[in-house]
Design a protein around this ligand. Structure first.
Ligand SMILES: [Zn+2]
Length: 307
């Protein structure tokens, strides 16, 4: 570790420990950035997962609510935007905690919370987190989704111009997209991952085949002008979505092929399953491991030779 890194850590400790509460609040708010997306839409970053905000003077609508520890900072940012923090409607793209941490605050103040029924079910019970060998506690009732659906595409509003629907098993078993049709803004949750490694929560129902289908569906919903907001990373366009879909499909085909040869995740890596992709993964083994688990959970849909 060099001197600068040591200094940075020391300073971080000092800021965290000795500032009075109001200054600490200001410090944490500073970590939330307001990123323009489109007319009437911004994205808050730095709150765990991205929070998409539709800002109109009569009130705000959110897609995802960030991590619980960021809620105060998110609320402060929302108060400074058109609509002044009056949140009428919240969508949850899935049930992971970096997407639902602010639900309690918005549910308490009367916002409608819309999600897939599996998301509601996950948030209403303690559930096991396999990778960390622990249970995640159920959220209080006010933090849970109030409007849910199981299948099909849905619409919202008198003019039906907000469309949302299930992205079957793209990342978890409760993924949804939300498309603001007039503005051509699409929230895709973690069904796309333009920068960080795509995560497949195989224990929570996500798998590579689901991701292929989900990204294909997102391509059908978009055009060259669509602004696409992922769960993590920057706003992207259809070209980036297309590039990720192409990669996902290549990976799906390669892995299926290698799975039929009886390969383990390490065998697959050794056989070059991640070679010559247009991007590099920070943890290829983790991705291949999770994808491999997901195939086994779906072996009955892969054809008779995979058993
Ligand atoms: Zn997630």
């Amino acid at each position: 570790m060099n001197r600068r890194a040591v200094l940075k850590i020391a300073l971080g400790g000092v800021v965290g420990l000795t500032l009075p509460p109001f200054a600490r609040r200001a410090f944490s708010q500073a970590s939330i950035a307001v990123v323009p997306v489109s007319d009437g839409f911004v994205m808050l970053t730095g709150a765990g997962g991205n929070v998409l905000v539709r800002t109109v003077s009569t009130g705000q609508m959110l897609v995802d609510t960030g991590a619980a520890g960021s809620t105060d900072a998110v609320l402060a940012r929302l108060r400074d935007l058109p609509g002044a923090g009056h949140v009428t409607t919240v969508f949850n793209t899935h049930w992971h905690r970096e997407q639902v941490g602010g639900n309690l605050a918005f549910g308490r103040s009367g916002a409608k919370i819309i999600a897939h029924e599996k998301t509601r079910a996950h948030l209403a019970t303690d559930y096991y987190v396999m990778n960390e060998d622990r249970y995640e506690k159920a959220l209080p009732k006010e933090a849970r989704p109030t409007v849910t659906f199981f299948t099909g595409d849905q619409t919202l509003g008198d003019d039906k111009r907000i469309e949302y629907g299930h992205l079957l098993e793209a990342h978890t078993d409760g993924d949804i997209y939300v498309l603001f049709r007039d503005a051509n803004v699409l929230a895709a949750g973690h069904a796309i991952a333009p920068v960080r490694d795509p995560a497949l929560d195989w224990f929570g129902g996500g798998w590579l085949g689901g991701r292929v289908d989900a990204q294909e569906k997102l391509l059908k919903l978009t055009d060259a002008q669509t602004r696409i907001v992922p769960a993590y990373g920057p706003v992207v366009g259809r070209a980036e979505l297309q590039a990720e879909f192409d990669m996902t499909r290549v990976l799906y085909d390669r892995m299926l092929d290698l799975l039929k040869k009886g390969m383990s995740p390490q065998d697959m890596l050794d056989a070059g399953v991640m070679k010559d992709l247009k991007r590099t993964f920070s943890d290829p083994f983790r991705f291949v491991y999770d994808a491999h688990k997901g195939y086994w959970a779906h072996h009955n849909s892969l054809g008779p030779e995979v058993l």
